[in-house]
Design a protein around this ligand. Structure first.
Ligand code: NAI
Length: 256
């Protein structure tokens, strides 16, 4: 019970990594607020946590909406009186190299993957600064190394990485007991990775998959629970001396 009595908000909790994080946190005693733009997905996850004896509720949230961030955080404070952990997890991946990407695709990626992390972090700090907390921003190995097919995604996730350090410094400077860290998953078997492959022509998808597998020293994709366990560590007191750090969970991909 590493998160006993803690209240956690997980965005994009209706699928993939967010779903695994929500389950893992609930297993360790947290009350989990699962939010997603796909409310049905979030509700299914919350219901399965409750069915397993855990504590969870689902809320509809578009992480790009500033107003909705205020409402969600206000509701959590009204219902539970505290917010201890925020996982800024919601995100998208649009494939397209620098010559083929539209400005619309570029902006959409920055808004959902980048701007939302700013909005979420700012909202969480406003309520965590009294009692402390842990903010976990899901970046990617693609926030550290480049990929020709994903410049918009690279830019957004690189931004999340360095933004997290800036916010960590601010919280420490102000004397808030708030830690801000980023997590950098490698290639994880979730609907996102499957959708990326589907969005490519079959020959390109095959090359992409071969390239990925060739570069993963552990020779397999990660599982969502591998990322959830890293988030659990950053959410718990076991990581109490860690802030502004980047935790890579990638089967060795970035060793090259
Ligand atoms: P996923 O596609 O399975 O789940 C993403 C969730 O975010 C979905 O439930 C979706 O409805 C939600 N979402 C999308 N836009 C939203 C919005 N505007 N507001 C609220 N919710 C929204 O994807 P996955 O793989 O679980 O990704 C989760 C995070 O992990 C993302 O930030 C992704 O970039 C990151 N990541 C994933 C990797 C992977 O290999 N799967 C690798 C590195 C990072």
């Amino acid at each position: 019970m590493r998160l006993i009595d803690k209240v956690a908000l997980v965005t994009g909790g209706g699928s993939g990594i967010g779903e695994a994080v929500s389950h893992r946190f609930a297993e360790e005693g947290a009350t989990v607020v699962v939010t997603d733009i796909n409310f049905a997905g979030a509700q299914k996850v919350a219901e399965s946590i409750v069915a397993a004896g855990g504590k969870a509720v689902a809320l509809l949230q578009d992480v790009c909406s500033e107003d909705r961030w205020s409402e969600v955080v206000e509701q959590i404070i009204a219902d539970y009186g505290r917010l201890d952990v925020l996982v800024n997890n919601a995100g998208i991946a649009i494939i397209g190299h620098v010559e083929e990407l539209s400005l619309e695709q570029w902006r959409k990626t920055q808004t959902i993957n980048g701007e939302s992390v700013f909005l979420g972090t700012r909202s969480a700090i406003s309520v965590m600064k009294q009692q402390g907390g842990s903010i976990i921003n899901i970046s990617s190995i693609e926030g550290i190394v480049g990929e020709a097919a994903a410049p918009a995604y690279n830019y957004s996730k690189g931004g999340v990485r360095i933004f997290s350090k800036s916010a960590a410094l601010h919280c420490a400077n102000e004397g808030y007991a708030i830690r801000v860290n980023s997590v950098h998953p490698g290639f994880i078997a979730t609907p996102m990775v499957a959708d990326v492959a589907k969005s490519m022509q079959s020959e390109r998808a095959q090359k992409w998959q071969e390239h990925i597998m060739h570069h993963i020293p552990m020779n397999r994709l990660g599982e969502a629970v591998d990322i959830a366990n890293a988030c659990l560590f950053l959410a718990s007191e076991e990581s109490r001396y860690m802030t502004g750090t980047e935790l890579i969970v990638d089967g060795g991909y970035t060793c090259h």
